[in-house]
Design a protein around this ligand. Structure first.
Ligand SMILES: Cc1cc2nc3c(=O)[nH]c(=O)nc-3n(C[C@H](O)[C@H](O)[C@H](O)COP(=O)(O)OP(=O)(O)OC[C@H]3O[C@@H](n4cnc5c(N)ncnc54)[C@H](O)[C@@H]3O)c2cc1C
Length: 602
């Protein structure tokens, strides 16, 4: 094709959050020089930079003051004293948090590499908060038995991403800011490159690479109330699925207990880690009735369900009774200004409340996607339950499912997982490229196909009054997902969700956009993203309908018990020839001697 724009790289990375940037950095450090990174937003606006609370690692820098209980103050551990934390304890907490769906081999790798990766950030210049003697400060987080969250006030993701981005730039990685990946080219189980759009010019490019990595982040934007950035539309998972790659455990979506009421913007779990209370309309700390030991620091799935129960039983707050109070007034202005300055600002701006003086209204918010593109612990994407690799295709971070988070992620384990497995993927890709991997032939018709899809979205001449607005379809989808695939689910609701997603998918065929221009066409991007939301939402609701048990974040009121006999397994969804998800299952990696399944109580 005469007008075909072609770019080649040894390694092409899609996504400039922590996972993508670590993969680029580490591939570079391991000897690959020609690395390109695409990001649809400016790299430093990736959602990783919105992370507030911390990154987990058993550093043993602080412990609770003896005799003060689970909410009391922390003190630093003098050098030489017995450690209170260990990678083993971190591993157990993570497995329990995952409701035994996490793969234990991968979890072990993550917790063992955690201290080293945090110190690597520190050596690169990351400005962590400190203990009085200068060590990295740690705070409590939900589901972790001891203080283990390493933090930089409540800007942790921001400082981690800036630190690693600087290093990638220093190592000569080429960033393509505001480039949008449209398609992944996989043939005969071998990945060959991607089709991408330069958002600033509207030009389409074929990008060929010996290895492609996806670090495209999460997909909370399929819900109305979400903590996720507008860019978190699950493009990577939808694109991979369309290219024939399966998706794993998509039914497991985490609802964070404290999004700003009516808006979803996150108020970090650090609020409760620092001692904040949850109260219902009567002022009661209702967690006493649901998790008497851990109280507000029970894991997120349990706290969100407890809040939703209070709300549904009429003890909620706010105009429609759909809220709960997060009360930090007893923490004092000094602690709030030192540890939670961003949260205070968010509450002032989005709830109109100063948390120093008054409780903030909050509600559960769609937050984290446990499922995604199945990979092994080196980031190699797999195409079936046997672990057959998709040659040359790698993924890590929130778009991937390793699975270290299983049915429910513990807070602070995600920045950790994105960093550890991003780094491991970079190393594995470098080994693959340096062992002689070659650029593979590509079907140039792929660019034509993508150009045709864009033309169709812009051409309303054939529609005759049946024109659909992508934005309206996205709105209806988000409402349906919130209503029917939220904190509580059952057969009736999930069936309605499946029907609604199908109806909207059919209607999307007539979706047309208003803006026909080339440069910065956000109308076009919005339409493509809506199609991605529909694609993976179909997998979420079908996988959820099939899983007739409750485990972690997937809670079925009609099957309220965990059912290990039938459901201790990962869901794998392939797109069949009719475009429908075909479900199969994969064993969970369990060390039966060390960590056999137990009842999950807090
Ligand atoms: C508000 C908030 C607070 C959080 N706090 C914490 C916390 O304290 N601790 C913790 O462990 N976890 C936290 N998390 C979760 C954690 O931040 C994320 O899971 C993690 O940062 C994801 O990193 P990532 O590299 O996978 O993706 P992201 O950082 O989301 O980056 C995705 C990248 O992919 C790019 N991309 C996506 N689609 C395309 C496309 N089609 N074409 C080109 N580029 C594309 C984007 O531009 C971006 O660069 C929080 C999440 C949120 C939303």
């Amino acid at each position: 094709m005469a007008d075909l724009n072609v770019i080649t790289h040894d390694i092409l990375i899609v996504g400039a959050g922590l996972a993508g940037t670590w993969a680029a950095m580490s591939a570079g450090e391991n000897g690959v020089k020609d690395i390109g990174v695409l990001s649809k937003v400016h790299p430093l606006r990736s959602h990783s930079s919105a992370a507030q609370g911390g990154i987990a690692a058993a550093l043993n820098n602080v412990r609770p003051v003896e005799g003060t209980g689970p909410r009391g103050p922390l003190e630093q551990i003098p050098p030489g004293d017995d450690p209170i934390d260990s990678p083993d304890l971190h591993m157990f907490d993570t497995i329990k948090g995952s409701d035994w769906l996490g793969d234990q081999g991968a979890i072990e790798i993550m917790v063992n590499e955690a201290p080293e990766i945090v110190y690597q950030y520190e050596r690169m210049g990351c400005v962590f908060s400190r203990t009085p003697d200068g060590r990295i400060a740690q705070r409590r987080f939900g589901g972790h038995s001891v203080p283990r969250a390493n933090y930089a006030a409540d800007y942790t993701g921001h400082v981690l991403l800036h630190t690693i981005h600087e290093q990638a730039v220093r190592n000569g990685v080429k960033f393509y800011a505001e480039w949008y990946c449209l398609d992944l080219l996989v043939e005969d189980n071998v990945c060959r490159g991607v089709v991408a759009l330069d958002i600033t010019t509207g030009e389409l490019y074929l990008i060929r690479a010996k290895a492609v990595f996806f670090g495209t982040g999460g997909y909370g934007r399929a819900w109305k109330i979400t903590s996720n950035a507008t860019a978190n539309t699950g493009d990577g998972v939808a694109i991979a699925y369309n290219a024939g790659v399966p998706l794993m455990d998509m039914e497991f979506v985490q609802f964070h207990p404290t999004g700003v009421y009516g808006k979803g913007i996150l108020m970090s779990e650090a609020c409760r880690g620092e001692g904040g209370y949850l109260r219902n309309v009567n002022g009661d700390r209702f967690m006493e009735n649901y998790a008497p030991d851990k109280m507000e620091l029970a894991p997120r799935d349990l706290v969100s369900r407890s809040e939703q129960t209070e709300i549904e039983q009429g003890r909620g707050v706010g105009a429609d009774g759909e809220g709960i109070y997060l009360d930090m007034t007893h923490l004092g202005a000094e602690k709030i200004m030192e540890r939670l300055p961003q949260v205070r600002e968010l509450a002032l701006n989005f709830a109109g409340v100063d948390i120093i003086d008054a409780p903030a209204p909050i509600q559960p918010t769609a937050h984290y996607s446990m499922g995604g593109i199945p990979v092994n612990a080196n980031g190699q994407v797999i195409s079936d339950a046997e672990g057959t690799p998709v040659v040359g295709f790698y993924a890590a971070g929130e778009c991937a499912c390793i699975s270290v988070h299983g049915a429910n992620r513990l807070g602070t384990n995600s920045l950790l997982g994105a960093s550890v497995f991003g780094r491991r993927s970079g190393k594995a890709m470098a080994a693959f490229v340096l062992s002689g991997a070659a650029l593979q032939p590509v079907d140039e018709g792929a660019v034509k196909k993508n150009r045709q899809c864009i033309s169709t979205l812009m051409d309303d001449s054939s529609i005759n009054g049946k024109k659909e607005s992508p934005a309206a379809i996205a709105e209806e989808l988000k409402t349906a997902m919130t209503r029917y695939a939220g904190v509580f689910r059952d057969e009736e609701r999930l069936t309605l969700a499946c029907e609604k997603v199908q109806e909207l998918t059919d209607r999307f065929k007539n979706a047309r956009i208003m803006d026909k221009s080339r440069r910065f066409n956000t109308d076009l991007l919005g339409a493509i993203e809506t199609e991605h939301l529909l694609t993976f939402s179909k997998v979420i609701v079908n996988s959820g309908l099939a899983r007739t048990e409750s485990r972690g974040a997937h809670y079925r009121t009609d099957y309220p018990k965990r059912d290990d006999e039938d459901w201790l397994k990962h869901t794998m969804a392939h797109k069949d020839s009719n475009g429908e998800p075909e479900l199969s299952y994969k064993d969970v990696d369990i060390d039966w001697d060390r960590y056999p399944p137990q009842e999950r109580k807090y």
